[in-house]
Design a protein around this ligand. Structure first.
Ligand code: FMN
Ligand code: SF4
Ligand code: SF4
Length: 294
């Protein structure tokens, strides 16, 4: 709920400029002030932009939305510093056994608050798996894939599965079978090629009915991955687990996934066991610029 203190308002109309949701409009009395409109077509999604742009301090957001406003930083990292930072993030596949303190994990998780969310839904949920639970989850993930491999190895089961999941899914499973067989063999021998013995697994999930939950979770996961780097931790996004979590009821139960939620991302996290002395080459972006004169 947005309110305007007209005693403070200097009629700069910056709040109207930032609010594209039809909530702040020119006052109908012709006074040249903004007014809060609550009729049809006005939908405040509590983005807080009006509060933040009003240097006169005339706008207040009531209720839960009013907490957590802070002064904007006076500067941001230099471009070179920023690029150097994101270039130095590596997908870590070797972790120290060291325990990651809970307060450090909490700081990483907190970074998820500040990534953008469609319609400002702020519905990204995080589940942190740690200790022996990571190994248990790895076991459940391997069980899931083993079951899948066994299914496509049996002609009858494969046919039934194909009717259900489609030919392209079966082909994908068959293509990945040798890599899985190797990972599974190593797992049975005590090597973890899934989570790399990481002490922590961070999972992002959200209500499926949000506007764009998958995107929201993806941005939040990356925000957390970068936050982890600033704290001396390293991460690796785990698509292999994600695909299993989407389908395995055992995994969903183990991570206590709320009903109506979907898992949209996961990453292992821990102290890196290796230091990279270089950053790798990456292909230039295939970019298209469209800029015709009208
Ligand atoms: C997946 C996704 C889709 C979005 N789509 C739009 C959009 O179509 N138009 C728009 O104005 N903002 C869009 N946004 C921006 C959000 O509305 C914005 O992140 C949110 O209101 C929070 O504001 P902030 O990014 O300034 O913190 C989108 C954000 C995300 C993550
Ligand atoms: S931004 Fe603040 S001062 Fe400017 S018109 Fe809006 S309420 Fe008034
Ligand atoms: S919080 Fe955002 S949507 Fe709501 S009135 Fe302010 S600018 Fe508009």
């Amino acid at each position: 709920m947005i309110t305007i203190d007209y005693a403070k308002c200097v009629k700069c109309m910056k709040c109207l400029m930032v609010c594209k949701r039809g909530v702040l409009r020119p006052a109908s009395d012709g006074s040249g002030r903004p007014e809060v409109y609550s009729g049809e077509g006005a939908e405040c999604f509590s983005c807080g932009h009006c509060v933040c742009v009003c240097s006169a301090g005339a706008i207040t957001a009531a209720g839960a939305d009013s907490t957590g406003f802070a002064a904007a930083p006076s500067s941001v990292p230099a471009y070179e510093e920023y690029i150097g930072f994101i270039r130095s993030r590596r997908s870590a596949r070797n972790y120290k056994k060291d325990h990651v303190p809970g307060e450090l994990v909490a700081r990483v998780v907190d970074a998820a608050r500040y990534s953008p969310t469609a319609k400002n839904a702020q519905g990204v949920c995080v589940t942190v798996v740690s200790g022996g639970a990571v190994k248990k989850l790895a076991g459940l993930t391997f069980d899931f894939y083993k079951n899948l491999m066994d299914t496509v190895a049996s002609p009858l089961k494969k046919y039934a599965f194909m009717l259900l999941a489609g030919l392209s899914t079966v082909r994908t499973i068959e293509r990945n079978a040798p890599a899985f067989e190797y990972g599974y063999k190593m797992w049975l021998e005590g090597a973890d090629l899934l989570f790399y013995d990481a002490p922590v697994l961070v999972i992002v999930h959200a209500d499926k009915t949000l506007v764009m939950p998958k995107d929201d979770c993806g941005y939040a996961l990356y925000a957390m991955a970068l936050a982890a780097e600033t704290l001396g931790l390293a991460t690796c996004i785990n698509g292999f687990f994600l695909r299993a979590a989407e389908r395995s009821s055992g995994i969903r139960k183990f991570i206590k996934l709320p009903s109506g939620h979907e898992v949209y991302g996961a990453m292992t996290m821990g102290y890196p066991a290796l230091k990279f002395s270089k950053v790798p080459a990456r292909r230039p972006v295939n970019v298209t610029y469209i800029n015709s004169e009208l």
